[in-house]
Design a protein around this ligand. Structure first.
Ligand SMILES: O=C(O)C(=O)C[C@]1(C(=O)O)C=C[C@@H](O)C=C1
Length: 258
């Protein structure tokens, strides 16, 4: 997939290959986070005194990282969506003139707040090694959380490319559903249960393979650091539904562009 060549980006097979590769990034990032406790103080608003800032320690760190990354033009890339779109800065590197792939409104489709909420509330408890605080690891936890959030955000917002590809493949069908504001119909049209089932099966297998010492794999001592069933649950309950939400949100506005 090459963002300078739109035809490679809007090929559904290429998109799905990219989503499969992202599974590896997400699983390895989860494994890093699994060394630490849930560490709720990282997410608590105003827990640490930070001059001129009211949010959580995670928010402060992520916002400042995004400021730096925006200056190396991270958010010019159509597959990167900032958590703090109002805080990012113009790039210091010369801009890249990406060809138009998505609709003009696509930057406005940003569900990062929802992703962060679900991550903190549901995903952190499933991937951390225990609940509670571990004061010496708060910084490491924050850095792992940022890696996880950025990987999840990229994966979930890839729904925009899926949606655009599906729209272009079946323009008439989607135009009718969008005109009728038939959200249930759009959801049904974008759903491919066979693809979803394959993802969940693959996650179980990857979870068994990646989370353990391979030389212990077949002995009773082999224990995954993140349960393969939890990986599948995280995708089934949050990653896939949120990707579909991005697809639906994008499609509902798609006719603004025609
Ligand atoms: O591959 C697709 O067609 C997608 O829409 C992506 C995705 C996913 O999140 O992985 C979402 C909905 C489909 O039911 C299958 C998979």
């Amino acid at each position: 997939m090459d963002f300078l060549k739109p035809e490679t980006v809007l090929d559904l097979a290429n998109i799905r290959d990219a989503l499969v590769r992202m599974e590896d990034t997400i699983i390895f990032n989860f494994l890093e986070r699994s060394q630490y406790f849930s560490s709720p103080s990282v997410y608590e608003l105003g827990k640490f005194e930070i001059p001129n800032f009211q949010g959580s320690f995670l928010d402060w760190t992520l916002m400042n990282l995004e400021r730096v990354h925006s200056q190396v033009r991270r958010y010019e890339s159509p597959d990167e969506v900032p958590f703090f779109p109002d805080e990012i800065l113009p790039p210091l590197l010369p801009s890249i003139n990406y060809p138009k792939i998505l609709a003009s409104f696509s930057d406005e489709i940003n569900i990062n707040d929802l992703i962060k909420e679900n991550y903190i509330e549901h995903i952190v408890p499933l991937i951390s090694t225990g609940s509670g605080e571990q004061p010496e690891n708060l910084g490491s936890c924050t850095v792992c959380d940022i890696d996880n959030l950025q990987a999840l955000s990229r994966r979930i917002h890839f729904g925009k490319f899926v949606a655009e590809a599906k729209f272009q493949n079946e323009r008439e069908k989607y135009t009718k559903l969008i005109q009728e504001k038939d959200i249930a119909g759009i959801e049904e049209a974008i759903t491919n249960s066979a693809v979803e089932e394959r993802i969940l099966l693959r996650l179980i297998e990857k979870g068994k393979a990646y989370g353990v010492d391979p030389t212990l794999k077949f002995s009773q001592n082999a224990q995954s650091k993140v349960s393969p069933e939890y990986l599948a649950k995280i995708y089934k309950d949050w990653v896939i539904p949120l990707t579909k939400k991005v697809e639906v949100d994008y499609l509902l506005r798609r006719l603004e562009e025609e």
